[in-house]
Design a protein around this ligand. Structure first.
Ligand code: UDP
Length: 482
């Protein structure tokens, strides 16, 4: 073995997709590699670089390289460089188009300065061709769990698009579904996954115990592809400040949020957030406000930025918030955060006892890391599969009863989840009782396992060591021409 090469840091490029649910975990994983003395560059656009420079610890091992975002070419105002900035389906499509135009400048940079390895989001499938051309190993990332990928592959293979009630075939557990997966989404994800399977491996923001060895084995056997569990990525953030700085700039002051949470008893507060891409209609928000108020529990509720702004008329406000709601609740029973909330900081506060979530994978694994049980309310993407991992497989949450699987977070939805269902789910989780106690116990046990996995000697820590060694061996074999 050539010791000199073994010791030499790897040069790795990360290309995260331009959406918080992809960008945040992959940049935390890039930070993990840098903390293990590898030489990391994240390639992104100027506005995202500005956000990242405030939220990750840049240093000589962890750098940013920017390529321009083609705002003018796609007809967007400057600064709209993330899917989360979209305010309607029209500019969502334009932002997506903008991301597809990033190929030439990124390719140019990588060809001029080739690294030892590229880690790219699966929404940039062209990286496959580039990596092959340069003969560089490519690792994929898509922000999914292995459980969800196994479920998706089975649903696609068995063409279960028209079914609203079925058991997913061939999985280690009998997973009963109650919503119809959109055909177009399943096919598109299936195509993107084909390119993932051609890569050297997939990086998963999860830890072995939450996906379960049975699903990791199932994945590796059915696809012949290697999964590297390196998460939970958010656990790299240890202090309150580091947690609060994750992602975008918080819409609420850290001091205000902390002092309110500090004044509440342990496990008494319900945190409600539907991620960065879901946009509920007013009538749905109205049902949520009635449901939480009727449950009598304390809450932190994250709503879209434009809700409750100074220029919102009383008439507009009363479309989503019952008259007098703020006077009765805000500051006493609850907090409303308009815009970006410091989610990881909130979830890790001892006052938080439940999380009403859309089951985005990051939100799920962040709740698990904090030992917080969930009330599940999936909306789109692979969230309905995540819900089943939470409720049916791991027993760490209760379902609100959402059954409408949308193609995206925007748009009219046919079904509204009513206030009674919401109140019932909140009470089931927060009122105490044997079922809730058991769910809480399982959530805390899994939370302890998450923290152990990320520590030195834990499963994710060891997986990262093995991955770095593997990549160094590939590099050294290439250098010696063998
Ligand atoms: N997030 C946050 N504050 C918010 C909304 C989202 O910190 O107000 C973070 C959240 O912690 C997670 C990511 O944004 O890391 C959202 O990813 P997820 O996979 O849960 O959902 P998506 O936004 O992709 O639907």
């Amino acid at each position: 073995m050539n010791m000199e090469h073994e010791e030499k840091a790897l040069k790795i490029y990360f290309i995260p997709y331009l959406a918080p649910g992809h960008m945040i975990p992959l940049c935390d994983i890039a930070t993990l590699f840098a903390s293990r003395h590898q030489n990391v560059t994240i390639i992104t656009t100027p506005f995202n670089a500005q956000i990242l420079s405030k939220s990750i610890p840049l240093n000589q091992n962890l750098r940013l390289h920017t390529v321009p975002f083609p705002s003018q070419e796609v007809g967007l105002p400057d600064g709209m460089e993330s899917l989360s900035a979209a305010t309607n389906p029209d500019n969502l499509v334009k932002i997506y188009q903008g991301t597809t135009l990033l190929r030439p400048p990124i390719e140019h940079f990588i060809e001029q300065n080739p690294p030892d390895c590229i880690v790219a989001d699966f929404l940039f499938p062209w990286v496959d061709e580039l990596a092959n051309k340069l003969q560089i190993p490519r690792l994929s990332f898509n922000g999914f769990s292995i459980f969800a990928i196994c479920a998706m592959e089975s649903v696609k293979a068995n063409s279960l698009y028209e079914s609203s009630s079925y058991v997913i075939p061939d999985l280690p557990h009998s997973i009963a579904m109650n919503a119809t997966p959109p055909k177009q989404m399943t096919e598109l994800l299936g195509e993107l996954l084909e390119t993932v399977f051609k890569s050297k491996g997939i990086i998963i923001n999860n830890f072995n115990e939450l996906d379960g060895e049975e699903y990791i084995d199932h994945y590796e056997k059915t696809t012949g592809h290697k999964a590297w569990h390196l998460g939970p990525a958010s656990l790299i953030r240890r202090t309150i400040q580091q947690k609060a700085e994750r992602g975008e700039k918080s819409a609420v002051s850290l001091h205000k949020c902390l002092s309110w949470l500090n004044s509440k008893p342990d496990k008494s507060v319900l945190y409600i957030c539907f991620g960065s891409l879901c946009h509920f209609q007013d009538k749905q928000l109205y049902e949520i406000s009635c449901g939480i108020e009727n449950s009598g529990h304390e809450f932190v509720w994250v709503v879209p930025e434009k809700k409750g702004k100074e220029n919102e008329t009383d008439e507009d406000k009363e479309k989503w918030l019952p008259k007098g709601f703020e006077e009765r609740n805000i500051g006493k029973k609850g907090l409303i955060v308009r815009g970006w909330a410091p989610q990881v900081m909130i979830l890790s506060h001892s006052a938080v006892g439940g999380f009403m979530t859309h089951c985005g994978w990051n939100s799920t694994v962040e709740a698990v890391s904090a030992g917080v049980p969930m009330i599940t309310w999936p909306v789109h993407g692979e969230q309905f599969y995540n819900e089943k991992l939470i409720t049916q497989v791991r027993g760490i949450g209760v379902e609100v009863g959402a059954a409408e699987w949308s193609t995206m977070g925007f748009g009219e939805r046919e079904e509204v989840v009513g206030r009674e269902c919401i109140e019932k789910a909140v009470r089931r989780m927060m009122d105490g009782g044997d079922e809730a106690e058991e769910i809480r116990r399982c959530a805390q046990e899994l939370g302890d396992k998450a923290n152990l996995a990320a520590q030195e000697g834990g499963s994710s820590y060891k997986n990262l060591t093995a991955l770095i060694d593997d990549l160094k061996r590939s590099r050294d074999r290439k250098a010696s021409g063998s």
